[in-house]
Design a protein around this ligand. Sequence first.
Ligand code: PLP
Length: 477
Amino acid sequence: MTGSNAFRQNAHQIVDWIADYFENIEKYPVKSVVAPGEILDALPDQAPQKAENFAAIMDDFQKIIMPGITHWQSPNFFAYFPANSSFPSVLAEMLTAALGTQCMVWETSPAAAELEERVMKWLKECMGLPASLAGVIQDTASTATLCAILTAREKASSYAINKSGFKDQGICRVYCSVDTHSSIAKAVKIAGLGTENLVQIGVDEKRSMLISELEKAIVSDIEQGSRPLCVIATLGTTSTTAIDPLPEIGDLCRRHGIWLHVDAAFAGTALFLPEYRWMGKGIENVDSFVFNPHKWLFTNFDCSAYFVKDKEALIRTFEILPEYLKTKADSQVNNYRDWGIPLGRRFRALKLWFVLRSFGVEGIQSKLRSHMKWARQLTREIESVPDFEMLAPVPLNTLCFRFKPATIHELKAVNELNERLLTTLNQSGKLYLTHTKINGIYGIRMVIGQTNVTQNHVTKAWERIKQTARKMREQGK
Ligand code: PLP
């Protein structure tokens, strides 16, 4: 059996496999338990010379690959930030794979370019972002932030760095808080600015950037002849989802002519909720904004929504137009090839469209509200238990806490206890949590934001955390 008949049969089998997978996902250990090198050793050293059949490949997928999978779509996944999927998104990804379009310019798939333009406008409206921003889908927030820093660099140097390199350009400075995501330092490195020129500003008790310290750093840099290029404000830092004060940062940036980029990679989705719009106060002053539908908006990785005020500056930063890419429609359409780094682009707008239509804004809001509610409830619960304590405020749905028996006082001992607790919990396979450190204090971090998480999953996870902690103490571990 060959051709489309075989494809049809195999595809049906895969769809059944996917449906079974989602039905049974809680039976798998959430975090893969394989040892380093185990999967590699199980794979043949060389590629097959002869064609193999679908059944054999699927068999190895089950036997070799599945044990090495960590189940990000499990409702017991509370680690990192989620990389959520959903049925509408999976279905759209199937179509995207089948179409196999490469959406570099409008002409290479007009529907992809125009759907992208439309869904990015929808997102802006759903989230209360300024209508003046232009949107483009990037692969990740890391890429979007790199685009922002490169555009800021070029605009500030009147595009001279693109042309002549850093000759006579002086020192350019970028500012962020000490809690900013590592992708910012990476972008500064790649942009050729030098990580020494990334100025990390201190935070207040809520872990929000200290505006007085930011102002002092900018003024001092100007006095010393450096050029303040860009401030990165975070809505929802990775450790604790702290919110930087956008209105004050925006004022400062405007006064000094500095590019303001907002990294809302995870928390941006919360702007779908009118009651969380306080978080985006001051958004009218930003130059660029990124959030990841592939985190909390139920859309498969990868899909990152990047918005920029000065679209022309973005395009001018990246534009290269060889003869073979010129088309007759160029003056009338968005050719996204120069709105970012790679030329080739996947058709990512399709899954976003499927998700937005299948859930509807109300369906999305309802899920987000549940996540916030369960996070608030669990925070109160943890605060009420004597041998546990919260380590940071919970503005959204991410909790940082630790086990702190009254009899253990030394920081190192409490840290080690919590590290052991986390390892034991994750080894159980019943849930997956990660950690952070806040002022040297080791904390367990729990994000309630998986697509299919329910209150029952949260309650069961918390019971397991408490019981495991107490058992460890009883056993003197
Ligand atoms: N910014 C923040 C605040 C994040 O938490 C993360 C990842 O968790 C990123 C950026 C990087 O996201 P991406 O993997 O899309 O580059």
